[in-house]
Ligand binder design. Structure first.
Ligand SMILES: Nc1nc2c(ncn2[C@@H]2O[C@H](COP(=O)(O)OP(=O)(O)OP(=O)(O)O)[C@@H](O)[C@H]2O)c(=O)[nH]1
Ligand SMILES: Nc1nc2c(ncn2[C@@H]2O[C@H](COP(=O)(O)OP(=O)(O)OP(=O)(O)O)[C@@H](O)[C@H]2O)c(=O)[nH]1
Length: 440
């Protein structure tokens, strides 16, 4: 079953991104005063009264324009109208009705989907002076809101939910595998995302200054449900502002925090950069699963040693992440791209795997026999008992005689033994210790 989709449409500058951000509860899209800055279809998951739906911001529609970006936006808006179950048509209650609004309304009247006419920028409880003008559009009663202040949003959402067709899935699903696609600008994140989806969903425009933004894409592959969190975007050659660069890293971090699996995309022609190390470090510290994707493999001149050299370099630069599988792909030629999704599924399972206490203690017991625990001043570390106390990431609690005797290198030894026996590919493993008197 699929999730309800709600699309936001409207001409530039009416407040679509502002509304989107309000509903997403986070600052996802960048809001700017210049018309035309939100240039993408942007997705997020929204919850209202325990009902979940996917929200799409289509960017503006400028029906009579040959401008390449604008016509792409129009196509995207049409796509969204195609996909959406409910359409939010945003107009500007402060500015009043425009010809562009009329043209968009004309397009929208042709769809048989519910269209809610949303009068934005009504920043007080008083009715907009232009309120009655909008009846001309033939789309029913305008719903007044202020996206920036947050007025009328609850009523709007009530209306949205009322208009969902029967038979859609609005329940929250714990089984959704959440994947963050992170990496440096231009590493190929969007290309990989598009490839996974098998559909041209994100604007790829050759024009400098095209901005894109974090988008969440929900999809199912028959067996499993996924939410792809893309952090691409912000490509703005003319005015690369430091703030926006920082914002991009910040957003990578937020995306990783929301995800279970981080797809760390590295441009093969650049190798592991500082930003990659930083984002990978965060994924590790946050206990997320990671897959290292070396993209643009087609651009690398190779012989039979190249791949091993790359692996070595990656392991050296990301030594804390020895557990992460490495895939060498090309989003351009499709080389090994089909391995990405199965790998995501695999590491996601490993991330939430539980091992039986009996089997775990057999492995620890054997490890201790093979290699004695450390000792200090004649006192030796004793491990009485081990158990897995949580998943995502797997956490192991060891009951021992004295915490002072624990040692990082011995912990790493135990971690390796656990991995040898149980796998846990792609996921960090955590240990904690509890002191306990031996009773037996
Ligand atoms: N007063 C007022 N201003 C708003 C409100 N919502 C948005 N704005 C302002 O309107 C401007 C445009 O908002 P955006 O959210 O970027 O509009 P958009 O429709 O996404 O614009 P495009 O990216 O050009 O398509 C910004 O300056 C916002 O701060 C509102 O409820 N009240
Ligand atoms: N040769 C080659 N080019 C690629 C490959 N993957 C992506 N590219 C190109 O690299 C450029 C950047 O790709 P995007 O997918 O937009 O990269 P991104 O990481 O989403 O970029 P930002 O939006 O800037 O963060 C585009 O020109 C792609 O065509 C690849 O595997 N091989």
């Amino acid at each position: 079953m699929s999730r309800p989709i709600v699309a936001i449409v409207g001409r530039p500058n009416v407040g679509k991104s502002t509304l989107f951000n309000k509903l997403a509860g986070k600052r996802i899209a960048i809001v700017e005063d210049t018309p035309g800055v939100t240039r993408d279809r942007i997705y997020t998951e929204v919850e209202w009264l325990n009902k979940y739906f996917t929200l799409i911001d289509t960017g503006g529609i400028e029906p009579e324009s040959d401008d390449i970006i604008l016509s792409q936006m129009r196509t995207q808006a049409e796509l969204a109208m195609d996909m959406a179950h409910v359409i939010l048509f945003i107009v500007d209650g402060k500015h009043g009705l425009t010809n562009d609004d009329r043209e968009i309304a004309q397009m929208l009247r042709k769809t048989n989907k519910p269209v809610l006419l949303v009068l934005n920028k009504v920043d007080s409880k008083e009715q907009s002076e232009h309120y009655y003008d909008f009846y001309e559009l033939g789309l029913g009663d305008p719903i007044e809101i202020s996206a920036s202040i947050g007025l009328g949003i609850g009523d709007l959402l009530d209306e949205v939910i009322k208009n969902f067709p029967e038979g859609l899935d609005t329940e929250y699903d714990e089984d959704i595998i959440k994947v963050a696609i992170v990496g440096k600008p231009n590493a190929g994140k969007s290309s990989i995302l598009n490839n996974i989806l098998g559909e041209e969903r994100v604007i790829v425009s050759p024009i400098a200054g095209t901005t894109r933004d974090a988008i969440d894409t929900y999809f199912e592959d028959g067996e499993d449900k996924y939410l792809l969190i893309d952090t691409a975007g912000i490509r703005r050659k003319s005015k690369v502002s430091e703030n926006i660069e920082k914002y991009s890293v910040l957003r990578s971090i937020t995306a990783v925090e929301r995800a279970d699996v981080a797809l760390i995309v590295i441009d093969a022609t650049q190798g592991v950069t500082e930003q990659d190390t930083k984002v990978a470090g965060i994924a590790h510290d946050e206990g997320k699963s990671s897959i290292i994707v070396i993209n643009k493999w087609d651009l690398v001149e190779k012989d039979d040693k190249t791949m091993n050299m790359f692996v070595k370099q990656i392991r050296e630069k990301l030594p804390f992440m020895m557990y992460a599988p490495i895939l060498f792909v090309s989003a351009k030629t499709n080389q090994r791209m089909h391995k990405i999704l199965p790998k995501i599924k695999y590491v996601s399972n490993e991330h939430s795997k539980r091992v039986h206490t009996g089997a775990l203690n057999d492995v620890i017991g054997e490890a201790v026999l093979l290699n004695q625990p450390p000792s200090d001043k004649g006192k030796r570390l004793k491990i009485y008992y081990a158990t897995q106390t949580s998943i995502k990431p797997p956490n192991f609690t060891l009951f021992i005689n004295d915490k002072k005797l624990t040692h990082f290198s011995y912990q790493r030894y135990l971690e390796n033994k656990i991995r040898e026996n149980f796998g846990f590919e792609g996921t960090p493993i955590r240990f904690n210790y509890k002191e306990k008197e031996r009773k037996r």
